[in-house]
Design a protein around this ligand. Structure first.
Ligand SMILES: Cc1cc2nc3c(=O)[nH]c(=O)nc-3n(C[C@H](O)[C@H](O)[C@H](O)COP(=O)(O)OP(=O)(O)OC[C@H]3O[C@@H](n4cnc5c(N)ncnc54)[C@H](O)[C@@H]3O)c2cc1C
Length: 453
């Protein structure tokens, strides 16, 4: 029996080498590992068998399917192969190119190019991860099978879901997928980021940009306020008579004092924050006229950015791992779903206690989850993990603040642990903010190299 009293994973089936698992995937959606690599590994297995008559060619290892090739999923797929090269790991991802959200606010503000946010899965394929570039459309946990949009079926011993977020369309009247094509959320996907940037570029000087920030829980809690800062930076340098209004569904937000200080110091008179108590809750959106209505006011925006309330990516519902909150309860030791055995959920979709929904958290969870899967498949108990998350917010090109946290499971939930949450100092010399901006860039380069490079 595994930890938690669940049934052990099925023993590895004797099938062909991992390199041949592609035969189960349609040629359109699968990247085979190179023939040379396959021959090399086959030859290595053969020579091992010759060297020791007692050793036979390695049987194919257990199958792990990972759905979602973002900071959580891609990292987990890679960590699984690194931890145990016998594992047959398939990464299911609906896009050929991944567009990272961290630093995307700088793209919106014209400080970076979209291409700097984009990554492919070539390196994962070279590391022996089988790619299935299609959407997962059906999951059958009792049968341990995933169906892809092209009809391909993938069997697994363990399934990892890292689908990120989905939006609660129409939770704000008039804000649905069609409306998002006119009034972007810019919280997921390349087109949305590019659309918001184009709208800012083409707006007249003197107009108002309205950013609507969502209720928690949501992806990257400081991101709407970072966005307000960088949009203010864009306006200050290109359209100085324009301003930014943040309509908030909350009364307070993370690192609030640091943000408010920066608004005063960097963008005096340009950023106005309207809390929920002051009437900031967005009630409806008329996307055609860019009119945003609260219970008290109407805002006619030159550019409107509505970040709607969120839930786990839809595939979580398909797998039956999301609860009534829309998010996925997991065992913090293994990230195994509390609702479906053999299915693990990591990243933004998971309920991970005090951990924020960040790329940094998704990346640490991915590694813990991979180690736990390897342990569970070997009939061992997963080790108690310590996880970290660091989140930088860029408030101007040379001005950043951060929040770093360490977390451990306590009573079945991730809780802040020593040294606790460390936030940038409120009073700091400009050099400190400049150094944090450099650190933010280095963090992004490092994490994306670790996941995709
Ligand atoms: C503006 C902004 C700024 C941010 N800044 C930071 C920051 O500074 N630091 C930080 O740590 N975090 C930041 N984040 C948060 C970070 O981007 C997310 O927390 C992180 O991407 C979560 O990783 P994930 O793997 O859970 O989801 P994602 O990275 O969203 O990956 C999910 C993947 O799953 C795929 N997928 C979904 N459903 C399916 C399906 N059915 N079939 C196949 N594929 C599917 C998607 O295509 C996607 O590639 C920011 C977010 C935003 C929006």
């Amino acid at each position: 029996m595994e930890a938690g009293g669940r049934r052990s994973a099925r023993p590895p089936r004797r099938t062909r080498d991992a390199a041949m698992t592609c035969t189960r995937i349609s040629p359109r959606t699968c990247t085979r590992i190179s023939r040379r690599r396959f021959l090399t590994s086959t030859m290595a297995a053969a020579s091992a068998a010759i060297a020791s008559p007692a050793v036979h060619a390695q049987p194919a290892g257990p199958r792990v399917v990972v759905i979602g090739g973002g900071f959580g999923g891609a990292s987990c797929a890679r960590a699984l192969r690194e931890a145990d090269a016998r594992l047959r790991v398939t990464l299911v991802e609906q896009s050929r190119t991944y567009t990272a959200s961290p630093m995307s606010n700088a793209v919106i503000a014209g400080l970076r190019e979209l291409a700097q946010q984009q990554f492919t899965y070539d390196r994962l394929a070279r590391d022996g991860v089988t790619l299935a570039l299609a959407a997962a459309t059906k999951i059958d946990p009792p049968a341990r099978a995933v169906t892809l949009a092209d009809g391909t079926s993938l069997a697994y011993e363990r399934l990892v879901l890292s689908p990120g977020i989905d939006f609660r369309w129409n939770a704000i009247a008039g804000y649905d997928e069609a409306a998002a094509a006119l009034v972007p959320h810019a919280y997921r996907g390349a087109e949305q980021i590019a659309l918001l940037r184009r709208q800012l570029e083409s707006m007249e000087d003197g107009g108002t940009v309205v950013v609507a920030a969502p209720v928690n829980p949501a992806r990257c809690p400081p991101a709407p306020y970072e966005r307000a800062c960088l949009i203010a930076h864009y306006l200050k340098t290109r359209k100085p008579r324009a301003k930014v209004i943040v309509l908030d569904a909350k009364d307070s937000f993370t690192m609030q004092k640091l943000f408010e200080n920066a608004w005063k110091e960097l963008y005096p008179g340009m950023v106005e924050w309207v809390s929920v108590s002051a009437g900031g809750a967005l009630a409806s959106v008329d996307a055609k006229t860019r009119t945003l209505s609260t219970d008290f006011d109407k805002y006619e925006a030159a550019v409107a950015n509505v970040i709607p309330p969120q839930k786990a990516g839809r595939v979580a519902e398909l797998a039956g791992v999301a609860d009534r909150t829309g998010w996925c309860p997991v065992d913090p030791m293994t990230f195994e779903s509390k609702l479906q055995p053999n299915v693990h959920v990591i990243g933004d979709a998971a309920i991970a206690g005090a951990m924020p929904r960040s790329a940094s958290a998704a990346n640490s969870q991915a590694k813990i989850c991979a180690a736990a899967i390897v342990a569970l498949l070997a009939g061992r108990t997963a080790q108690a993990p310590t996880l970290t998350s660091s989140c930088f917010s860029l408030l101007a090109p040379d001005y950043a603040i951060s929040q770093r946290g360490t977390y451990r499971p306590v009573d079945g939930q991730y809780t802040e642990s020593d040294p606790g949450i460390v936030v940038s100092p409120l009073a700091a010399a400009r050099d400190v903010r400049i150094a944090e901006a450099r650190e933010a860039a280095a963090w992004f380069a490092d994490i994306t190299a670790g996941v995709f490079g």
